[in-house]
Design a binder for this molecule. Structure first.
Ligand SMILES: C[S@@+](CC[C@H](N)C(=O)[O-])C[C@H]1O[C@@H](n2cnc3c(N)ncnc32)[C@H](O)[C@@H]1O
Length: 220
């Protein structure tokens, strides 16, 4: 895929990904950057840095703004990420790609909404002191499948931490899901880790090469 003209990253932390991305203009949003912001501004004339929450950022943006590539990696809860996702739809266009991180919990402890409790439970129950935390961000895929039937998505599982790619499509890849019809009402807490394990195929799993070929073809 070509380098995007305009890149937006929500949740930037140390800038590990942000500074490595090649784009003509880049926008970073995080309530607490873990780097020297004045120095970063001085060294990156093609970038803007907003030390605010994603909600505050989106409240100031105009819907005619078009980001080509957006990486959503902020707070790992479904409600915050879904809000970020819906706001992102207002500042992207027909050829934009949205990348969702933390879409695939690595175990039942990693999908705890409380990061500290998830780590403590894992160590207590298994002796494993690792810090993997995805929160319940995985729940936004069934929301996209239910509420955004004109979007296509796939999930890259070949390489490290899985990520989903989402784009607008004339021919959506996945059959629509209707959580409300299935559940009688929208019941997000019923989408627990066992639901996730049973429904992994609905994430449209593929390798990175397959995913990039698919998106390139769709946006050509
Ligand atoms: C996993 S880190 C991001 C890592 C980064 N994207 C990378 O690839 O290196 C998550 C970041 O989200 C930020 N964050 C938490 N709540 C947020 C919010 N409401 N809006 C934007 N960012 C938020 C945290 O401060 C943290 O720096």
């Amino acid at each position: 895929m070509e380098a995007p003209a305009r890149y937006l990253e929500i949740g930037v932390e140390t800038g590990f990904t942000f500074f490595a991305v090649s784009a003509a203009f880049k926008t970073a949003v995080d309530p607490e950057f873990l780097f020297d912001v004045p120095a970063a501004k001085a060294e990156n004339s093609n970038s803007e840095f907003h030390q605010i929450t994603s909600d505050e950022f989106f409240a100031t943006r105009h819907s005619e703004e078009n980001f080509d590539l957006v990486f959503l990696d902020g707070l790992h809860t479904w409600d915050q990420t879904y809000r970020d996702f819906c706001n992102t739809l207002l500042v992207t266009g027909s050829n934009s790609v949205i990348v969702l991180d933390d879409i695939f919990p690595s175990d039942v402890f990693s999908c705890n909404r409380d990061q500290v409790e998830g780590m403590m439970m894992r160590q207590f129950m298994t002796g494993d002191a690792s810090n993997a935390w995805h929160g319940d961000t995985y729940k936004i895929i069934p929301l996209i499948q239910t509420f955004h039937p004109t979007l296509s998505y796939c999930t890259i599982i070949s390489d490290g931490n899985p990520q989903s790619l989402v784009w607008r499509s004339k021919h959506p890849l996945m059959p629509p899901m209707n959580l409300i019809k299935e559940q009688g009402s929208l019941n997000m807490s019923s989408l627990d880790y066992l639901w996730f394990l049973r429904n992994q195929q609905s994430y449209n799993l593929m390798t990175e090469a397959e995913a990039l070929a698919l998106v390139t073809e769709a946006l050509h």
